[in-house]
Ligand binder design. Structure first.
Ligand SMILES: Nc1ncnc2c1ncn2[C@@H]1O[C@H](COP(=O)(O)OP(=O)(O)OP(=O)(O)O)[C@@H](O)[C@H]1O
Ligand SMILES: [Mg+2]
Length: 279
């Protein structure tokens, strides 16, 4: 069955950074097939900070990868701005990703043989563009990486590696940033800094951020939370508070809010860093 597709460009596409219609992603086939995304329709508003939440396995990373053109779709259509990326040839897709999108992956995807600074500037080096030095300095200092720049990933802590991945995503000032659990491995101070940085990028630089998180406190930094369950967007909330997000997450089967390190919403943190209500 084909879903009616709004014509891109007619639906005020100036305000839409990314869009999907009928986005379906199946892994495997036959008995073992997994429907990771089940006909998802979504509009990601430009210049906003959108959080994506949902139980483990609900399709959050898959949604992000498909929206960003990192993974093929089984059915449906995806646009970045006015450009439909489903059906784009590899080379065009690679260029579009490189020029317009920044990623922070759930696994950091740092290159082990490059030092921190080389990892940060790698996408720009590949593109043959020099970084904006003042901006790069600001990113490096905000993320507290100044005295780690010559270290390789194996010489960095998990949190430092995550900050390098964050800096890499921000370094070229992409219009659209996809971040998959960017604070998952950070202590609460570093996590708050990363969130503050993403928030600033949206408020002051007009960037668009889509962030997957398991942390209600982190989601509270966003403008809008989308809730995924079983490959579908089942709910959303504007101007979320950590309390409201936690309450909504508890409604998911089995109360499946995975404890992913200390919550970044101070009101929800117990003395030992566990979210209140998880004990
Ligand atoms: N390469 C793959 N091959 C087969 N199944 C996959 C693959 N990648 C993901 N899946 C399945 O698709 C579903 C959605 O996975 P996805 O990684 O998007 O979940 P998620 O919401 O990001 O979970 P988490 O919170 O644990 O990161 C899961 O059932 C997962 O097992
Ligand atoms: Mg994931």
């Amino acid at each position: 069955m084909s879903t009616p597709v709004p014509v891109p460009g007619r639906a005020s596409s100036g305000g839409i950074a990314a869009r999907a219609r009928g986005l379906t992603k199946a892994y495997g086939s036959g008995e073992t097939a997994v429907l990771a995304l089940d006909a998802v329709d979504v509009d990601i508003a430009r210049g906003r900070f959108t959080a994506v939440m949902g139980p483990s396995g609900s399709g959050k990373s898959t949604l992000m990868h498909c929206l960003a053109g990192l993974d093929t779709v089984s059915a449906g259509r995806v646009w970045i701005g006015d450009t439909e990326i489903t059906g784009l040839r590899d080379r065009e897709l690679t260029r579009l990703r490189r020029d317009r999108i920044g990623f922070m992956f759930q696994s950091f995807n740092l290159i082990p043989t490059l030092n921190a600074l080389e990892n940060i500037t790698l996408p720009m080096d590949i593109a043959g563009r020099g970084p904006d030095a003042a901006w790069l300095d600001q990113v490096i200092d905000t993320l507290g990486l100044r005295n780690r720049l010559t270290h390789r990933p194996s010489e960095l802590s998990g949190g430092q590696q995550q900050r390098v991945a964050c800096a890499r995503a921000l370094a070229s000032r992409p219009e659209l940033i996809f971040a998959d659990e960017p604070t998952g491995n950070l202590d609460s101070r570093a996590g708050l800094e990363v969130l503050g940085f993403l928030r600033d990028a949206v408020d002051n630089l007009g960037q668009t951020v889509v962030m997957v998180t398991h942390d209600p406190g982190a989601a509270a930094h966003s403008d809008l939370v989308l809730y995924l369950a079983d490959g579908r967007i089942v709910d959303e909330r504007e101007h979320p508070t950590a309390e409201a997000v936690l309450e909504r997450m508890r409604l998911f089967a089995g109360g499946a809010t995975r404890a992913a390190g200390p919550s970044l919403g101070t009101p929800l943190r117990g003395g030992d860093g566990t979210a209140v209500g998880e004990a």
